[in-house]
Every structure is written in structure tokens, then in C-alpha cells.
Write a protein that binds this ligand. Structure first.
Ligand code: SF4
Ligand code: SF4
Length: 445
């Protein structure tokens, strides 16, 4: 399905964009592809086509190279929004299970060497499980010297012992922090504690710490989040490695209250995200935002077909797996093995069936979405009202990133998207979407 993009500013252009083929051409031009010169490709590119997973066409797991180890859901925090908060704390297994996990690992995880092997340690809060994290981390570093090892934490339990261990074992650490909106997640800001700041600075200087920000209705600014963290840590601007999980995807009723509400907040989010990315305030400093824009440029340069596009998080891939210490395989590291998300065991990897996921091209909204090449279908297992809300906030974030990408390409601002050929945008009846509103001078209002 093709879309007409209106770009305005110092002049006006109409482009025709088709996400199915990544074709972007001038409406009244000669049909030449518009692409970023740094992302042009010579000759045709061959694509592998991922399985369109769905409950009726479940995904499989084999030749695992991305391993997400779910150590348990206990956490020392009770954040206002957390996509794991509803899980039982008793689902993780014990340290003894971690030993058994390592003893049987070779029977199903044989990635060989290589730097593309990725192992992540997840909680709850992983440092609540310090004994099992040490056990697993040291064994896996010994087995896979070149692999990327990472732990995702709220940072509140970090001390010198843990920091030294992380540095020695080359385990990257991603600290969740929402900048000025952190107080809405949890009353305590670890960056107000001088001792925590000292330990975190040590990890930053060792080059193994980064920060991950979730955007909520209380803060849409990636630049403000980065500034907040750097100022509290008394580090120069641009020092930290920063990523975003984009706007919060609501997994329950409490989280629904935390996403932008109504037209005014939606517009504020869209404008803030576009303005910061286009002005260079959030891009390139925010790695994940920069990578999304680069990936969109690559899609244009390579004419990436929609059929080659997997899911946003990659957990639909055959070679990516989430597993707890009892060897139970789950949809992803955010889900527990106590219900429909228990999709098999590593003892019978051939029998694992990802029955909980919906590939974007099996969703009616995503099949008619102008930003699907950027969004890649949001969360693959959400359904019903939570899915609708996740799609809405994903559309805001990714429309802002599309607009920023087009601004880099043309110097003009995306003001409108119209569906062509009787199509619609995500939902029937919506044939056009207003994007960035320009003030009389031509700047975003
Ligand atoms: S914005 Fe919504 S419809 Fe578009 S790709 Fe993302 S989830 Fe699908
Ligand atoms: S399925 Fe993917 S997007 Fe959804 S919660 Fe799991 S990792 Fe996140």
C-alpha cells in the first residue's frame, strides 16, 4: 500500500512512499529512488524471509545465538510501570537450578565462537540474584570469550564488588533510568546517592555501562533524560551511552495510565521527538534512535521488501530464545513460564512452539501502516486493548522518526500522510494523518 507524504518548510514536495517495497519517489518525478547517499547499495541485495509467526503458524527455535536468561522475577523495587510486575516471584528457580542449567547447556546451546553471540541476564532485578548471576556470568564468560554479555538492572544494588566483577568479566550493564520522570517510576532516584554515583561513574569510565530510558506521559524528551543522567553523574554532555525502549508499551491497566493520553499529549510527544531528532539533540547521542533512522535509510538504499522484515524485538527469530533456570522456554524474557507464555523446554528444543506471537503482517493495522519499516510491529504478543494502545504509541514514536529521517533527506518537515488507492492508515476510515504542524514561520509549532 502506498502513501503520499507532504513535506513543507522552505518549499513543498510530495513524495510517494511504499513500505512494501521501500520505494520512495517524487510524486511527479521520473521514478528515481530517493535515498541517503551514505546508505546507497550497488546491485541487488538478497533477503531471507522470516516466518510470519502467529498462533496458527508458530515459530520454532534452533541454532540459538541470542540467549536471554530469565533468573527470576523478584525485584527490590515496585515500579509504577513494569512489564514484569504481575509475575510470581517464585518462578525463577534457585542457585542449584543455575548449576543444572550450566551442566546441560551444551546439549542445546552450541553457538560456536564469534562476536554475534549474545547472552543477557534478566530479572526482576538481576542483582537480587547475585549468587546465581556470578555463577552463570563466570561460567559463560569462560565458555564464550568473545560473546556479548549484558545485564539489565535498576542500578540500586550496584556496589564496588559487583562493579569490579562486571568489569573483570566484561559484562555490559544497562541501567534503566527515565531521567526527569524517574520519580514517577520509583520514589528513589539512585543518582541522588553519592555512593551509587561513584560506582556508576566507575562503570561508565570502564566503558561497560549504558542507560535505557522508557518514555511516558511525564517525559517525551530523550535529550532531557540524557541531560538529567549526565548532570547528576557530573559527567560532560555526550559522555554516556544512551538508548530508549521508546514510549512505554502498556502490559496492564496501571501501565495504560502512564502512556500519553489524548490528542494534546500525543501531539506533544510527536513534536518533541521529531524536533529533538531533527535538531540533533537526541540523535546521534541516543543509539537506538540513531540506529532506527540509519535502518530506515538502509531500507531505502537496499529497497528492503516488507517480507524481509522481522519483529521489533527479534524474539520471533529462530536463533533467539528466552529461557529460565529450569530450562523452560518463554515468549520473551518479560514473560513467565506459568501460563500461555511457557512455549516448551530446552530439553526438547525441536518441540518448542512460539504460539503467542503475531508477526506484523498478520495484524490488520500493520498491513496498512506507513511506518511499519521503522516500527516492525511493536510488541508481538499483546492483544486487545493493550495491543491497540501499544500500536497507538508506537505510531507516534515511529512517525516522529520517519519525519526526522525525511528531514535529514530533504530539509523539509513531514506534515501529512495520505493513504492512496482507497487504502487507509492502520484502521478503516482513517485515510490521512496530520503529522508535524508548522507555525507561520515554517518551524514546527
Ligand atoms: S505503528 Fe501500529 S500498525 Fe504500525 S507497525 Fe507499529 S504496531 Fe503495526
Ligand atoms: S515480545 Fe518483544 S516487545 Fe514484547 S515484551 Fe517481549 S521483548 Fe518486549
Amino acid at each position: 500500500m502506498a502513501y503520499r507524504l507532504t513535506l513543507e518548510g522552505d518549499g513543498r514536495r510530495h513524495l510517494i512512499y511504499d513500505p512494501a517495497t521501500s520505494s520512495l519517489v517524487e510524486q511527479d518525478g521520473d521514478g528515481a529512488q530517493i535515498a541517503h547517499p551514505a546508505f546507497a547499495t550497488d546491485g541487488p541485495v538478497s533477503w531471507s524471509v522470516p516466518r510470519r509467526v502467529s498462533p496458527g503458524n508458530p515459530g520454532r527455535k534452533k541454532d540459538v545465538r541470542t540467549l536471554k536468561i530469565q533468573m527470576g522475577f523478584r525485584c527490590n523495587y515496585a515500579c509504577a510501570y513494569c512489564n514484569q510486575s504481575s509475575h510470581s516471584h517464585f518462578l525463577g528457580g534457585a542457585t542449584e537450578d543455575a548449576r543444572r542449567f550450566l551442566d546441560t547447556l551444551d546439549t542445546w546451546f552450541r553457538p560456536g565462537g564469534g562476536e554475534d553471540v549474545r547472552i543477557e541476564f534478566w530479572g526482576g532485578e538481576p542483582f537480587v540474584y547475585w549468587a546465581r548471576l556470578r555463577l552463570l556470568g563466570e561460567a559463560l564468560r569462560g565458555k564464550f570469550p568473545d560473546a556479548h554479555l549484558n545485564v539489565i538492572t535498576n542500578g540500586s544494588l550496584l556496589d564496588d564488588e559487583k562493579a569490579d566483577w562486571l568489569i573483570e568479566n566484561r559484562v555490559g550493564v544497562q541501567i534503566s533510568h527515565d531521567g526527569p520522570a524517574q520519580k514517577h517510576r520509583h520514589p528513589e532516584d539512585i543518582l541522588d546517592d553519592p555512593e551509587k554515583r561513584r560506582v556508576i561513574r566507575k562503570l561508565v569510565r570502564a566503558g561497560i555501562a549504558g542507560f535505557g530510558t522508557v518514555l511516558t506521559r511525564w517525559n517525551f524528551s530523550l535529550a532531557a533524560a540524557r541531560r538529567h543522567i549526565e548532570e547528576k553523574l557530573e559527567l560532560p554532555p555526550g559522555t554516556i551511552s544512551h538508548n530508549t525502549e521508546e514510549i512505554l508499551l502498556p502490559f496492564d491497566a496501571a501501565a495504560l495510565d502512564c502512556v500519553p493520553q489524548g490528542e494534546a499529549e500525543h501531539r506533544a510527544a510527536l513534536h518533541t521527538l521529531f524536533r529533538e531528532a531533527a535538531n540533533g539533540e537526541s540523535v546521534p547521542a541516543c543509539n537506538s534512535a540513531r540506529r532506527k533512522i540509519e535502518d530506515f535509510f538502509a531500507s531505502l538504499g537496499q529497497r528492503r521488501p516488507l517480507a524481509a522484515l522481522g519483529q521489533k524485538c527479534g524474539m520471533d527469530r529462530e536463533d533467539a530464545i528466552a529461557v529460565n533456570l529450569m530450562g523452560e522456554v518463554t515468549t520473551c524474557h518479560n514473560t513467565a513460564a506459568d501460563g500461555r507464555h511457557r512455549i516448551g523446554t530446552v530439553a526438547d528444543l525441536d518441540g518448542v512452539r512460539l504460539t503467542t506471537a503475531h508477526h506484523h503482517q498478520t495484524r490488520s493495522e500493520c498491513r496498512c501502516c506507513p511506518v511499519v519499516q521503522l516500527c516492525k510491529g511493536s510488541c508481538m504478543f499483546l492483544e486487545g486493548a493493550y495491543w491497540q494502545a501499544a500500536c497507538d504509541v508506537s505510531f507516534i514514536y515511529n512517525t516522529a522518526m520517519l519525519a526526522a529521517s525525511l528531514y535529514y533527506l530533504t530539509g523539509l518537515t513531514l506534515t501529512r500522510i495520505e493513504a492512496l488507492d482507497g487504502g487507509f492508515i492502520r484502521r478503516p476510515g482513517r485515510t490521512a494523518a496530520e503529522v508535524i504542524r508548522l507555525a507561520p514561520g515554517g518551524a514546527p509549532s
